[in-house]
Write a protein that binds this ligand. Sequence first.
Ligand code: GLC
Length: 419
Amino acid sequence: MKSKIKIAKKTLINNRRSKYTLPTNTKLYPAQWNWDSAFIALGYSNFNLNYAFKEIETLLSGQWEDGMIPHILFHIKDMNYTPNYKAWSCGKKISSSGITQPPILASVLKLIIERQKFSKKETKKYYPLIFKIKKCLEWFIKYRDPKLTGLISILHPWESGYDNSPLWDKPMSRIKIDTNLSYKRKDNKIVKASQRPLKIDYDRYVTIKNHLRKMKYDPKKLYYKSKFNVVDVGFNSLFLKALKDLDFLLDYINVKNSFLKKYILLNEKKLIKLFNSKKMTFKNKDLKNNSFTEIPSITNFFMLFSDLTNRSINKSLIKSLKKYCKNERYLFPSISPSHKSFEEKRYWRGPVWVNCNWIIYQGLKNKDKKFAEIIRKKTINLVEKKNFREYYSSKSGLGMGAKNFSWSAALYLDFILNR
Ligand code: GLC
């Protein structure tokens, strides 16, 4: 175990460039990714606080003027990624993508400050970071819920972080693929094509992206005009937790925050409505045609992470989660193996992801200690046996995708060093 801790630290250091860390040291992802960096910063905080804060500062340095934190920052103009910085063609100081990713950074920063037991005075030193995160969460409300319904939309499957999840099959099936697409994928040359999204998925990703670009990424228009607009349970759960953690930090340093406090109540009320406790299922809402989809995805259980105040719902969620993984050897499959869309090896359509396990563990540890400990141990065992891979088969434990994957190393450290 000790040597694995060393290797985990080394994996992160090897993937580190001067101010930020790549998701992996292979050519698969040659830039800084938003939620990857948040997990990576948390990993660093277990052994090098300077690196942790540097990672966060660099991510925030790419924040747009309106408050959005892009999902990719292209610090180096590397053409070996599709779509590359030219294809996105945005970001002022730093070239970036024109969409965002789950705002996990707020929760990571709160955890670091809490664990370090920073005093009020010490925490105030980080006000510039906290302020930027506040601006980012306000951006979500302003532009992704302009009618103040209480639920946040995502406008591209890539924004969720679980790119080709079956959650998007229905909304994506209605996207008419542009006829003049010209792009060349590189991902399926580096990793087996059978473990990556399909061509038809990529055609649609690029079609939506091109359309966003055509509208100059104007956030005021995108909510109404984007070809894809989905209220996702998992994303909203991470958002609610981010709001609560930011609220905690603002209270701690005596910064008034009545708007976000109100939105927390509204968001929680509306999120709960997406859980059907009778059927024990969750509903995503497709705002393009006001329809609902119910897919058994592990991301639905991110609701546990948002620490709902309603105890009976938490209980139902845990019961439902136990059922979800009852027959599985390796936890958690990203999609329930009993569902027709499950694919053992294809990316977000079935494999186990360490970041999902970490999110669920954080949600469980103050609600069902015994179950949380099982998740912690099973994740540690899987990673120790199969190394820091991007994802794993829930059936055989087979490691797949990128090797030396940063967030698997970072969160392994966090699982081991922070009970
Ligand atoms: C893929 C994943 C996304 C991740 C990125 C970099 O796009 O789906 O969640 O942030 O790779 O690791």
